[in-house]
Design a protein around this ligand. Structure first.
Ligand code: NDP
Ligand code: 8X3
Length: 261
């Protein structure tokens, strides 16, 4: 007999990096399914806008707080306040992340490497460690990490970002093994080029450089990625999508991009 898709109504879903891009769109996708949302990011005003829209879209409830995954104190406060709201988490989406700069190692900035590693690797592990006890209380806990094509295929001038996403892939694989037998599903969703605030962050607000990334290309949208995250979470409890690589048709590899004039 075919098991039916998992219902997300009233399920507790935590999304990190929910103030823009994939995180904000994923909040909306889960809101439309009637989930109880728990949202975190550093920019509180943007986060509150997403929270208001998610309530309008049908979320059962929305709780949002300032969260900096790089800062142990911020994570501790966030988790302690979250635990006063719920004892269980059904879905954790480790989405908070960023790239900074695009330069050969010889010319690159160490402060960028530190911020990427602290956010994309240590922050993800910190959130995961603190959420596992709550995921274990769910009847079908689901842990979804956002990786990247960059974690699978290295590209020039992206060494530290690629390394951080390669680390995410290996962390996800280790967690899949560690949590086997708990009923918790562990997935990595690894998108290629997507148009969000990602490139504006990478190039520190340089609009021209950001626009050049997407010039003549039809990239993924935040909604494409959000729908994929939702689909993974909706699989029946006995189905785990271990790894999912999601690329724009125009992009066959990081630098193999078809551009129209
Ligand atoms: P955005 O810049 O639009 O979103 C990134 C989110 O991460 C923001 O909400 C930001 O919120 C949050 N964030 C960054 N640093 C921290 C931090 N220290 N603590 C908490 N939240 C943080 O980019 P995307 O939506 O594209 O990126 C989301 C994820 O997807 C990232 O992990 C990225 O590496 C990955 N990715 C992106 C791709 C792309 O081409 N766009 C492709 C493949 C993967 P705030 O600034 O408010 O804290
Ligand atoms: C973001 C995709 O190719 O810019 O993870 O690194 S890429």
């Amino acid at each position: 007999m075919q098991a039916s898709p998992r219902k997300l109504r009233n399920q507790c879903v935590l999304i990190t990096g929910a103030s823009s891009g994939f995180g904000a769109s994923t909040a909306m996708a889960f809101a439309r399914e009637g989930a109880k949302l728990f949202l975190g990011a550093r920019r509180s005003s943007k986060l509150h806008e997403v929270a208001d829209l998610a309530l309008e879209a049908g979320a059962a409830s929305v709780w949002s707080r300032n969260l900096d995954v790089r800062d142990p104190n911020s994570v501790e406060t966030f988790m302690s306040e979250l635990k006063s709201q719920t004892e269980t988490l059904d879905v954790l989406i480790n989405n908070a992340g960023l790239a900074l700069g695009l330069a050969p190692v010889e010319e690159d900035e160490e402060r960028y490497w530190i911020q990427m590693m602290e956010t994309n690797v240590i922050g993800l592990m910190r959130m995961t460690r603190d959420c596992i006890p709550l995921l274990k209380k769910s009847s079908a806990g689901t842990l979804i990490n956002i990786g990247s094509i960059a974690g699978r295929v290295a590209y020039e001038k992206g060494a530290a970002y690629c390394a951080s996403k390669a680390a995410e892939l290996q962390i996800t694989k280790a967690l899949r093994l560690e949590l086997n037998g708990t009923g918790i599903r562990v997935s990595t969703i690894d998108p290629g080029m997507a148009k969000t605030e990602f490139s504006m962050v990478r190039f520190e607000g340089d609009q021209q450089k950001s626009d050049d990334v997407y010039r003549g290309v039809y990239p993924l949208t935040a909604e494409d990625v959000a729908e994929t995250i939702l689909w993974v979470a909706q699989r029946p409890a006995h189905v785990c999508v271990d790894e999912l690589l999601l690329m724009p048709t125009d992009q066959a590899a990081p630098y193999k991009v078809h551009r129209r004039n």
